[in-house]
Design a protein around this ligand. Structure first.
Ligand code: KG4
Ligand code: ZN
Length: 339
């Protein structure tokens, strides 16, 4: 990344196909594939950017939140490089970095045709809806590095709920994109799913709606709550699956969009951004655009799910705004790092 807004290369090596057979990420497999791929990925990123270490001003790395095995490999690789290449090192919060995917507005000529980027950067104050496999949060940024957490989920994240609903319906992991695809064939009004009422208006809960989907699926095939969830997919018809997928998606999206609109009314931000893996959902993008009175500039879908460009983008802003760099001999991982 250059200046926090210009994409010079983006290389994502995913171990997802190794996890699909298990229906979810297996931390040990993720860490092992990280260790095998980290050096080739770094080299490829430098080649794609047509640059060399001489031109690199700083190194950014995710220090949390995330799986400890994978975080350790990234942080140790970055610390080693910072020491031998003598570059400042920035330990980045990966959830905050999802927001910075929205600041990537330009790409090198060789990449530009492949990316649909926002034309302008967000303007502060920025309201961020962060929706991923591990997080569901509303955050108000007054400026870079000056933000307040308005609310978050107390249990499951929205992406996690999509993944669990996909499992009930027998759709492959990761669930979000597959639920979205199945929902296209279904009726979002077929079933009314409950929405959690929270004491704090900007907080979320997705464990109730997920259980409601389980009960609905059991009831649809005429069984009670004792019926095992792993057998449901074999008994549901394709129409029932599509209707459940569409109804769940509608209800989950309504929940996050309702609260985003509420926060918009209260804080009147100049920009609204949506960040994290679930921001790849076209259904969510459409609902937000329909309901918010201001236009949203969406990040390219490939920059919404986990990627290093967003980590580097936030790293650039840390460097430009003279945030303290980390000690390359001591930077530690924080698997539960909060915003
Ligand atoms: O940000 P991310 O790549 O990883 C985490 O940091 O969690 O987000 C992954 C999550 C998964 O739960 C996945 O199911 C969800 O993003 N996701 C979607 C869609 N694409 C990815 N959820 C709903 N609709 C989508 N189209
Ligand atoms: Zn993420």
């Amino acid at each position: 990344m250059e200046n926090g807004n210009r994409l010079l290369s983006s290389v994502v090596s995913s171990s997802m196909d190794m996890h699909v057979v298990y229906g979810g990420v297996v931390p040990e497999i993720a860490a092992r594939s990280h260790i095998e791929l980290i050096n080739p990925v770094i080299l490829q990123a430098l080649v794609q950017a047509e640059t060399s270490w001489d031109d690199i001003d700083a190194i950014a790395v995710t220090r949390g939140p995330g799986l400890s095995g994978s975080l350790l490999i990234g942080v140790l690789a970055a610390r080693t490089l910072a020491i031998i290449k003598n570059k400042p090192l920035y330990g980045v919060n990966h959830v905050a970095a999802h927001v910075y995917a929205n600041f990537i507005t330009e790409a090198a000529a060789s990449l530009a045709p492949n990316y649909r980027l926002p034309t302008t950067a967000p303007v502060f104050p920025v309201l961020a809806l962060i929706v991923s496999g591990g997080h569901t949060q509303l955050v108000l940024f007054r400026d870079h590095f000056d933000y307040s957490l308005l609310g978050q989920t107390g249990d499951d994240a929205v992406g996690e709920a999509f993944d669990k609903v996909a499992k009930i319906l027998g759709l492959p992991y990761p669930g979000g994109p597959n639920v979205e695809k199945k929902a296209l064939e279904g009726d979002p009004k077929a079933f009314k799913l409950p929405k959690a009422k929270m004491p704090d208006k900007y907080d979320f809960s997705f464990s109730g709606p997920k259980t409601a989907v389980l009960r609905l699926a059991q009831q649809q095939i005429g069984e009670d709550y004792n019926f095992p969830s792993y057998k449901l997919a074999g008994r549901l018809s394709e129409t029932q699956k599509a209707d459940i997928a569409a109804s769940f998606q509608q209800s989950a999206i309504d929940t996050v969009v309702d609260k985003t609109c509420l926060a918009y009314e209260e804080f009147r931000p100049k920009s609204v951004v949506v960040a994290g893996g679930v921001a790849a959902s076209s259904a969510l993008r459409k609902a937000l655009s329909d309901r918010l009175p201001i236009a949203i500039n969406y990040a390219d879908v490939r920059l919404c799910t986990d990627n290093a460009a967003m980590i580097a983008a936030l790293g650039c802003f840390m460097h430009i705004h003279t945030q303290p760099a980390s000690n390359p001999y001591a930077l530690s991982i924080e698997p539960n790092l909060q915003m």
